[in-house]
Design a protein around this ligand. Sequence first.
Ligand code: GTP
Ligand code: SPV
Ligand code: MN
Length: 721
Amino acid sequence: MNEGVGDLPPDLRVKQNLRAIEHCVVEDTAIADRKKERGQYCATDMDTYQNSSDVDRKPSHPGDRPIIIGGSDSEHAVNRQPPISSRKQAFVPDEKILGEPREPEEIRLPLDYTRIDILLMKNIAPAISPPSGIGDNKPGNQAVLDWVHDVELLAKPENVFWCDGSERERDYLLQEAMRQNVLIKLNEKKVPRSYLHRSNPNDVARVEQFTFICSPTKEEAGPTNNWSEPAETYSKLHELLKGAMCSRTLFVVPYIMGPPDSPLTKVGFEITDSIYVVLSMRIMTRMGEIAVKRLGNDPAAEWNRGVHSLLDVDPARRFICHFPQDNTIISVGSGYGGNVLLSKKCLALRIGSYLARKQGWMAEHMLILGVESPEGKKHYVAAAFPSACGKTNFAMLIPPQHFAGWKVTTVGDDIAWMQIRDGRLFAVNPENGYFGVVPGTNYKSNPNAMKSIEHDSLYTNVALTDDGDVWWEGKDGSPPKHAIDWRGNDWTPDSKEKAAHPNSRFTAPCRNNPVLDPDFEIGDGVPISAIIFGGRRSGTLPLVFQSFDWEHGVYLGATMASETTAAATGAVGQVRRDPMAMLPFCGYNIGDYFRHWVDTGKRLTNPPLIFKVNWFRKGKSGKFLWPGFGDNMRVLKWIIDRCEGSDGALKSPIGWLPGLHDLDLAELEIDHHCVDELLEIDHEDWKKELAEHKKFFDSLGGVVPEELLKQREELAERFKE
Ligand code: GTP
Ligand code: SPV
Ligand code: MN
């Protein structure tokens, strides 16, 4: 479709665009007319919309045909599904979901939604016309070609752009992104080769309430996920995608997740109409030719299908849907990172966790770091903290002066894929870039992150200074006298609004990180000595403790809780259970996920030790008791000592705690009473905590493995001793 487009003179192209819009409008009016005939067009709620999309599958265009943009290797065929008519549930979140309940108005569609969308949409992502030699590198795999063709027939883009990952392609796309104001070039001297992007103010974080696991049965999605029936959901999404890329370019982004030579590595293709997504995927993944080559020409090879369209960036039409059995993701209505960089949370965690259980490995929301002693002894540690709870910072930690000679290196900052080899767990980071929280990042808190984002980075939703630099709350130095805030408005230090959004993000290549681990790309992964679970808890949870064994460690992960953050829409600061930091990311039944953890332990002859940490405990004054950041090295050192067999620990009902002299606090200015408070186990608090564990397990409706129920009882018993 792309051939020759770039050769058309500009005026002709405009006409072509208009024709395309007219064509879509006419077509959609025809559908509307048919709906009117059937008396289906006047009502606006989701139910009626559901009905109309079910019956209106008859092609309205000769080239059109009813399609399911799912995988050809679907497991659905072997799962008998109840009839669609018996499922009225789609897009209505389960009552048990631990998120914001959906307001009924939010799922209402405007009367003439197709028409309004097309008019609104046409300026969001106008088609581009690449010169020949750019965007025309079609892969040879017929399964990919067929799938792209199907999406093309449905979404009716102006043209198709096949990404190859070349530098020429990048330079061209950057020019186009700037021309369309999708990116703003930053001051070349201050932040070379870097750009600012502003997302729609209604679209600045992950949307857990609009995220669905569309497995054949609700039970497979389990009690913690929003579930929606697959066939019905495809049909709704197809309705939304019909003509959605009219007068836009459909980009096909091939990518791999995982090091190039790893047996764990997966191939994905993301279709998107967002040039920002393409440019971000270039940083976040290994993108282009490398993926096409790895997939090869076998039409039956395993690969992930991802379809993303901005639509009109309206929260009422924002759905992030996963079809684990089809290895398929469809995301519509958003342009924000976690919702649209389908490689990350959607593939590497939600679909990844599903595949991992089936294939006997683990996909976890964990950083991976290396820690090397002055004597050259090295350990690797994986740590699961919920979103915006310190993974990137911990992964790039610089030890304080007192730990001269100790080195911390980053393998990954967000996701770990782990497999068993020789009875041990080995981890790879499937990503190739960092999508990190900006506010609070400075040369004191995280110098390595600052160095990683000094050049070749994309910034989303930070402030723009008058000299073309970026600024955010918590950046070094004094605030600028004037800036343009993340919404594009004037900002001064007197402004009530924040200059940068609390969930503003940087996108930077891993290669920028000065402490990138030399084994970052090792295909077999790095051996994991310790697993750490951590959350944001102002009370109850001590700074650090160690589980008695694997199963007790799994219990510590399963009962984790943390205060919610700006990484997802909804209330911030509310404590919720977030097992293994995977609540929003586990692509199947959480009970089966716990079972997978327990069973994995049984296969490990040399399992990692398991720890729990809390950098965020507060004192009576309401201030953090622990300095955090680089000083977390002191906790990490105790963990490494334990891995080395040190006996410096005291037994407590909740696990092994460091004694006062087991933590190296030398040269740290901290009151002794703070340290006491940090390590305190308050029996009254723990009584409440235990009751919360029970409440959480009970809320899961009988899916929790026996082993973990037993752990809870044993914990309660230990408090009685
Ligand atoms: P995601 O990218 O959303 O998964 O977040 P993350 O887990 O990587 O969190 P990140 O390291 O970006 O930190 C999030 C916020 O927590 C930032 O504002 C940090 O400044 C703050 N933070 C990180 N580590 C510490 C710490 O040790 N102590 C304190 N008090 N704050 C921290
Ligand atoms: C998180 O929220 O855990 C993130 C950011 O890492 S996002 O990619 O938006 O999910
Ligand atoms: Mn994350």
